[in-house]
Design a protein around this ligand. Sequence first.
Ligand code: SAH
Ligand code: F3S
Length: 487
Amino acid sequence: MIRNEEIEKIIDEDQQGSALALEKNDSNSRKLYIESYGCQMNFSDSEIVASILAKEGFNTTQDLAEADLVLVNTCSIREKAEQTVRKRLEKFNAVKRTNPGMKVGVLGCMAERLKSKFLEEEKIVDMVVGPDAYKDLPNLIQEIDEGRNAVNVILSKDETYGDVAPVRLNSNGVTAFVSITRGCDNMCTFCVVPFTRGRERSRDPQSILEEVNDLWERGFKEITLLGQNVDSYLWYGGGLKKDYEKASEMQKATSVNFAKLLEMVALAQPKLRIRFSTSNPQDMTLDVIEAMAKYKNICKYIHLPVQSGSDRVLKAMNRLHTRAEYFELIDNIKGIIPDCAISQDMIAGFPTETEEDHQDTLSLMEYVKYDFGFMFAYSERPGTLAARKLEDDIPEATKKRRLQEIIAIQQKHSLYRTEQHVGKVEEVLIEGASKKSDAHWMGRNSQNTVVVFPKENYKVGEFVNVKINDCTSATLLGEAVGMSENN
Ligand code: SAH
Ligand code: F3S
C-alpha cells in the first residue's frame, strides 16, 4: 500500500500519535498502555476500553516499559496493516524481557479475524478480544491474572456501547468522535469489515444526544459522528438494520434516520461543529445534503468513497450504484452546497481491472476534482467474496503504477481545491500548535482543510476568522483577522 503522504497528512494530522493516555485517577494502581491502528472507529473504541478499565483500577500510561497491561487495537483492512501490528508485537516481546509481569492483549479487527489462532501464532499474546466484547474485559483480565489465556470474539447484534461514557484519550479538548453505528451490512466484496465488525446496528439517538451534550458542556467544539456507513443509520426503537422490516408501523413512522439524527444533533448544540464519516454513495440521500445546507454548524465536507470509476468494477465490488448515479449525487451535492468539499477512497488493481477500467477511474476523478483522497493498492483479504471468487490477477507492478497515476491526479486536484480558498476569509477552529512551527496555530475550516496561521493572542478551541493568503496542496496559510461570532 502506498499512500500519498501529503494528502494523508491533511486528514491524519491529529491522528498519528497512537499511544494514548489520560488523566490519572490516584486510587488506580495498575498501568495500561493502549495503542490504536486503523480507522477512527478504533481510536474511538480505545476510549471505550480505557473507560471500562479505569473502573478496574487501570491508569493509562504512554511509557511502554512501565505497563502492567499492553493493549493493541488492530486493523485488518489491508495486509500491510496486519504486518504493522505483528511488528509491534515483536517490540512488545522485547520489552517483556525486562518486564516479565507485563500482559499483552490484542483487540479489534485482527482479534476478530484470527480468534484463538492468534495465541498460537504470536506467543506473546495473552488475550484476544473482538470489537463487540470489550465489556467482558474485566472477566478476561481476571483470567490472565490467574495465568490463563483469555479469548472473547463473540460478535453482537445489539452492542453499541451506548451506555459507556468514553474517556477522551490524548484529547486536544476541542474535537471528539461519537460513534453512532457499528458493523456493516453492505458486503463490498473486497472488504473484511462485515466479518470483523459484524451486523450493522445503530445506537439509540437519546444516548448519542447525551454524549454530545456532555462533550459540549466539557468544552469540546467539534464532534465527528462515526460509523462504517453513517447514512444507513436507522433507529426504530431497536437498531439492528436487518430487522427493520419486522418493526411495527408505529415504530417505522417514528424512526430516526441519519438526516433526522443530524438535525437533532445540530439543533441540540447550535454552536458545536458537526462532522460525520463515512458515507457510502449508495446510502446517501438528498435529505442528508439538505440538512447539511440548512444548519450552519454542520461542516461542508463529505467523505464519499467510490473505489472505482468503472461500472464493471463497481459491480464486481458489489458497490450498489453506477458511475452515472455517483455523478448525479455529486451534482446534487454541488448544486445544494456549492462549496462542499468531497474526498474519496480509491482501490487500484481490483481483480480483473483492465486499463480501460483504470482510465474510467481517472476520468471520474477529473469530473469530481476531489479535495482529498485515500488511495490504496488492492490487498486480498482472506474470507472476503473477492478472495473466494476472484483471482488476485493484477501484477503488483501494475497495481503500483495505477495507484501512482491516481495519486498524481489527486495531488493536482488537491492543489486546485486549496487554491480556491486563497483570498477568502474563513472560519477556523483552533485545534493546537502547528507541528512545524510553535509560533503558529493549526486548525481546520468547514471543508476540513488544515489552516495554519500565526498565534497572536488566540487560544486553542476558539473559532477565528482567518484570511487565507497562500497554500500548498495540503495546507492553507493565513493570518487571523478577528474572532468569529460563533464563539
Ligand atoms: N465504510 C468504511 C470503509 C472502511 S475501509 C469507512 O468507514 O471508512 C476504508 C477504505 O479502505 C475503503 O473505502 C477502501 O478504499 C479501502 N479498502 C478496504 N478494503 C480494501 C482492500 N481489501 N484492499 C485495498 N483497500 C481496501
Ligand atoms: Fe467495507 Fe463496504 Fe462496509 S467498504 S465497511 S463493506 S460499506
